[in-house]
Design a binder for this molecule. Structure first.
Ligand code: HEC
Ligand code: HEC
Length: 449
């Protein structure tokens, strides 16, 4: 017994990873993967892919000038994001106080809607994961709060430099040189303020999604002291504003990091955090399948735009208030007005995708196997997208069935943080049901029981 322990601790000295009583022997597969990860990393070190801890405010990207991260802002944002009591400007009375940001960014659905399209105002029902939300009969389609693209996840959004599928928000990053666009549309004026994209989008988002900060919110539900704590440096005449609500929400969103996913633990040295198959899949991702050429940032997304020729949301035949005419079908081209940008969409982050089985901007795929096969075959599916716009990297990969299976499992479980509940508040100050508060959702969510 003694001998064994001695041998084990000596082994510890030679191996890279030993915890108190567990020895993770580095296999050939681990060595290949570590090498591939370092080569794929912009910094030539696999630590490039490690997401920070959610309370490590110095390490999280933020708007240092206008909205530095603080605990108080995060705390307020964590409530406002779910607060159905902000739903004070619905297009019809039936929608009053029934929706929140989280109606379309459902935590248990990987901060996506749990269905092909997000529905806030004008929706009813929730199901288990947002999948049962549908149209409220009192609303016409054009009165609903729905968009012609699938909502992006807000998980790991701290690493998104220009938000939305078209990258329309933010004055920095790829939007340098697009200043002439900001005067053309009311919601883009905000880019002139020079805030980070997230802050800008959320200021506009509160209005676009029909939410308000009123006396009722501040004194009826009790948010005033939270604004006081978070924005004590701001004059009281400007403290309780929609802008500050958006700042608090942005601070909270920046802490939503999938830092407990198996791949993250693996990167941090826990070599048995991923299964053999997940490791093989990761190796495919970072070598043969060349996924990392595009999905290269810490969130495994990037601030770049490509056309993959996937179908648009209207082509599912199941989405509300969108059509072939929808400007959002044009991707980045809709924002820049440049022909070269037509049909190109932002490279999205890849964590917790399995939590809501709707993939690409038009929700045209419903399994990750189908997504991987789409990349493997590289045959565009949307006839509206001219061939010359399609990414030249979109070429057949000739992956074996085993590689396809391994890569799929890496996406499904290797990149899944199983504990996103830690980011959800126990309740919101109004005491209302959330993320939705219509009568069907109340039943589905077990509110008032
Ligand atoms: C009705 C559904 C809906 C509601 C409600 C909603 N969103 Fe979204 N959200 C979307 C859609 C759709 C997109 C993608 C829009 C696009 O690309 O044009 C999106 C994108 C985003 C993004 C950009 C993510 C990225 O990677 O670029 C952020 C941030 C965001 N939403 C935050 C919020 C906040 C904060 C609220 C509440 C004020 C909110 N959303 C409410 C549907 C919704
Ligand atoms: C040429 C750049 C590029 C390459 C290479 C690439 N992707 Fe993507 N990926 C994108 C873009 C752009 C999108 C969004 C396309 C859209 O919805 O219109 C996307 C979307 C996805 C999605 C859907 C995510 C969501 O939220 O809907 C998954 C999953 C994905 N990619 C995985 C992969 C895998 C796995 C590989 C390697 C086999 C890969 N990608 C290679 C650019 C790329």
């Amino acid at each position: 017994m003694r001998k064994h322990l001695l041998a084990a601790s000596m082994l510890c000295l030679v191996l890279t990873n030993c915890t108190k009583d567990k020895i993770h022997v580095e296999t050939t597969l681990d060595r290949s993967l570590t090498q591939a990860l370092s080569q794929a990393a912009a910094t030539n070190d696999k630590s490039h892919f490690i997401l920070p801890e959610s309370d490590d405010f110095l390490a999280i990207p933020q708007d240092e000038t206008y909205n530095p991260l603080t605990k108080e802002k995060v705390e307020l944002g964590k409530l406002l994001f779910y607060e159905t009591g902000l739903a004070l400007s619905p297009s019809k009375n039936a929608g009053q106080k029934t929706y929140s940001c989280a109606s379309c960014h459902v935590p248990s659905a990987g901060f996506r809607p749990g269905r092909i399209q997000g529905i806030a105002d004008g929706g009813i029902g929730f199901g288990l994961n947002g999948e049962k939300r549908s149209k409220l009969t009192a609303y016409r389609e054009d009165e609903m709060d729905v968009q012609g693209v699938r909502p992006l996840s807000v998980l790991n959004v701290a690493y998104v430099e220009n938000t939305t599928w078209s990258g329309r928000f933010g004055s920095a990053g790829v939007n340098i040189g697009t200043e002439d666009r900001w005067a053309l549309e009311e919601e883009l004026h905000i880019n002139e303020a020079g805030f980070a994209a997230l802050e800008s989008q959320n200021i506009e988002g509160l209005e676009a999604h029909r939410m308000d900060i009123t006396e009722e919110v501040l004194d009826g539900y009790g948010y005033r002291p939270y604004f006081d704590a978070a924005f004590s440096a701001v004059d009281t005449t400007e403290r309780y504003s929609r802008t500050n609500a958006a700042f608090a929400i942005s601070a909270y969103l920046r802490t939503l990091l999938a830092n407990e996913a198996p791949f993250q633990s693996y990167l941090k040295g826990e070599l048995n955090a991923m299964t053999e198959q997940e490791k093989r899949g990761a190796l495919v991702f970072f070598t043969d399948a060349k996924c990392f050429h595009c999905h290269k940032e810490k969130n495994l997304g990037a601030n770049d735009f490509y056309a993959l020729g996937v179908k648009d949301l209207y082509q599912t035949g199941l989405a509300f208030n969108t059509s072939v005419e929808d400007q959002r079908n044009l991707g980045r081209g809709e924002y820049t007005g440049r022909e070269v940008d037509l049909f190109k969409f932002k490279i999205p982050q890849l964590y917790n995708l399995i939590d809501a089985p709707f993939y690409f901007h038009g929700s045209s795929k419903t399994t990750l196997t189908d997504v991987v096969e789409y990349f493997n075959k590289a045959i565009p599916e949307n006839a509206n997208v001219p061939t010359e716009q399609i990414a030249r990297q979109f070429q057949p990969l000739k992956l074996t069935p085993q590689q396809v299976a391994d890569l799929t499992v890496f996406l499904e479980t290797g990149l899944r943080d199983a504990n996103l509940e830690r980011y959800v508040p126990a309740q919101v100050l109004s005491g209302f049901c959330f993320p939705n508060n219509d009568v069907f959702s109340q039943l589905d969510l077990g509110c008032g029981e």
